[in-house]
Design a protein around this ligand. Structure first.
Ligand code: HEC
Ligand code: HEC
Length: 131
């Protein structure tokens, strides 16, 4: 009956693997610490950009279809080819253009004006949120 010194071999192997792992992990952990510290220092250097944010009321969760239509009235006199007026296929969404885009829905396209006519351009700019 032959007995292989299996356990002895395994134990020796296990020990060297463990040694190898600890040797590898220490520098790796040190490197990770350096990365973390430099990251923290770098983020301290960031400064927020000064901006003036204009706040608008949020789009309503619920409103009547009539109220929504009013908010689109002027817009759709120029924007005639919108496939879904709420930008949503779902008919359960009741929103007017200005709920999302802002602007003045009371401004409509001047009768008979083409896109390049001055009254049209003036109406367009009056309807849109000012730049
Ligand atoms: C008098 C015509 C006119 C009216 C009224 C109008 N628009 Fe426009 N809109 C245009 C034209 C033309 C463009 C194409 C881009 C351009 O030339 O500025 C445009 C572009 C846009 C765009 C695309 C983004 C951009 O800046 O190009 C959005 C969004 C938009 N309009 C929303 C609206 C909404 C919302 C309303 C109603 C409050 C509205 N528009 C009323 C003519 C009009
Ligand atoms: C639920 C919010 C919402 C509503 C309501 C809405 N829009 Fe939009 N609209 C968007 C968003 C978001 C985009 C940008 C989509 C993109 O870039 O893919 C957009 C894009 C547009 C554009 C630009 C398309 C392009 O090709 O650049 C126009 C014009 C426009 N909308 C007009 C309208 C008009 C007119 C109405 C009303 C009839 C309306 N929208 C209603 C959210 C909305």
């Amino acid at each position: 009956m032959t007995t292989m010194p299996r356990n002895g071999v395994d134990r020796g192997l296990a020990a060297s693997v463990r040694r190898c792992v600890t040797r590898l992990w220490r520098p790796l952990l040190a490197a990770l610490c350096v990365v973390a510290i430099t990251g923290a220092v770098a983020s301290e250097g960031e400064k927020p950009v000064a901006r003036t944010y204009v706040m608008h009321p949020p789009a309503p969760a619920a409103q009547t279809a009539a109220a929504a239509t009013q908010k689109s009235e002027g817009c759709v006199s120029c924007h005639t080819a919108t496939d879904h007026r709420t930008m949503h296929v779902n008919v359960g969404v009741i929103l007017g253009c200005t709920d999302c885009h802002g602007g003045d829905a009371k401004v409509a396209a001047p009768a008979g004006a083409t896109k390049t006519d001055a009254p049209y351009v003036a109406a367009r700019d009056a309807a849109h949120v000012p730049k």
